[in-house]
Unconditional design. Structure first.
Length: 345
């Protein structure tokens, strides 16, 4: 191959044009998707390996900033389970789980608030604000954004108290809308204020809530165009573990039929997809956060990279066929009445 330094000025210019052409093709392919989503709200739940891998964190921030500068209105919701566990370990506190749910006593709740609002959120806001004064961090406590009631684990059919873990009962998205209208990117930690207790046993203060269901509730309250979950699998598998084929597209009716058979780790995300689309969100997607720029690939490409959930009356939007309702697939508005399944923190 001829070195660029040996080319004539005309040949060098032609070579530059040639190497830049794929970039132009990518932008042209994205154009109809940008036009379709411009001005629309996109809620992204930030989680999985993308939260702990520095390169993936940086590419995620770039994706959100791209959407922002392209005229979309991104909102980020996050939990922080691994970071909370590490901090509890540093403090000599035990991480206890019941039925897969973190037991959150008052002391643990203090750590949850500190890590989510003081560490995970601050880092993400910092990454987004490297390129301008765009991101603003808040929790579900702020301006009474999210209200929750006490949730319980189920063990052998018995209700078990797991402390300050909450089920979202109401979302007042006014503060998020105000930030969006002001040209900001809201970054929301999955903590909720408690409602008025019915008796002393219900307690008061704040709750640790599942970030997946928090994102779904907020997307519903904002009448979002898209809800997206970053996770550590490619999407919803058709017949795991017998096949690694990913279901590209599901209607809410098809997903409702599959939901009881899913692995517990996938239930909060797919339940969130189901509830959000049923509440009016145009589509919900589960995508592989281990892939750099996964958010852009899902929104701005013709075939996407994950599993998309749409209303029953939506025509197929991807070239791959819709699955039969018998598929299975485990994997790793006011926004009220979202069913809490499992705390990600």
């Amino acid at each position: 191959m001829t070195a660029l330094s040996s080319l004539t000025p005309t040949g060098l210019a032609a070579a530059r044009k040639h190497t830049a052409l794929p970039k132009a093709d990518a932008l042209v392919e994205a154009l109809p998707w940008l036009a379709r989503h411009r001005g629309r709200t996109v809620v992204v739940k930030f989680g999985g390996n993308a939260m702990i891998d520095d390169r993936l964190k940086a590419s995620f921030a770039e994706d959100i900033l791209f959407l922002y500068h392209a005229g979309l209105r991104p909102v980020v919701v996050h939990g922080g389970g691994p970071q909370i566990s590490r901090q509890l370990d540093r403090l000599g506190l035990e991480s206890r789980f019941t039925a897969g749910l973190r037991v959150t006593c008052d002391e643990t709740m203090d750590v949850v608030r500190m890590v989510l609002a003081g560490q995970v959120q601050r880092e993400l806001v910092g990454l987004l604000n490297r390129h301008g004064p765009h991101a603003v961090g808040l929790t579900g406590e702020d301006a009474r954004l999210m209200t929750a009631g006490k949730a319980y684990a189920q063990v052998d059919g018995e209700r078990v108290d797991i402390g300050r873990v909450g089920e979202i009962t109401d979302v007042d998205a006014g503060v998020v809308r105000a930030l969006l209208d002001d040209g900001r990117i809201p970054v929301v930690s999955s903590i909720a204020r408690s409602g008025e207790p019915t008796d002393a046993a219900e307690g008061s203060g704040v709750f640790n809530v599942n970030a997946d269901t928090a994102a779904a509730a907020l997307a519903s309250a904002l009448d979002a165009e898209i809800l997206m979950f970053l996770t550590d699998v490619e999407g919803l598998y058709r017949d795991w573990p017998h096949s690694d084929e990913v279901i590209s597209r599901l209607t809410v009716t098809e997903l409702a039929a599959l939901l009881p058979g899913l692995a517990s780790g996938m239930i909060p995300k797919m339940r969130g997809c189901l509830d959000a689309v049923a509440a009016g969100v145009r589509s919900a997607r589960v995508i592989d956060g281990r892939v750099r720029h996964a958010v852009l690939l899902e929104i701005l490409a013709d075939d996407g990279i994950g599993t998309m959930v749409v209303p029953d009356d939506t025509a197929p939007a991807r070239p791959r066929p819709a699955p039969a309702a018998s598929g299975t697939g485990p994997g790793g508005g006011n926004g009220t009445a979202v069913t809490w399944q499992e705390t990600a923190a």
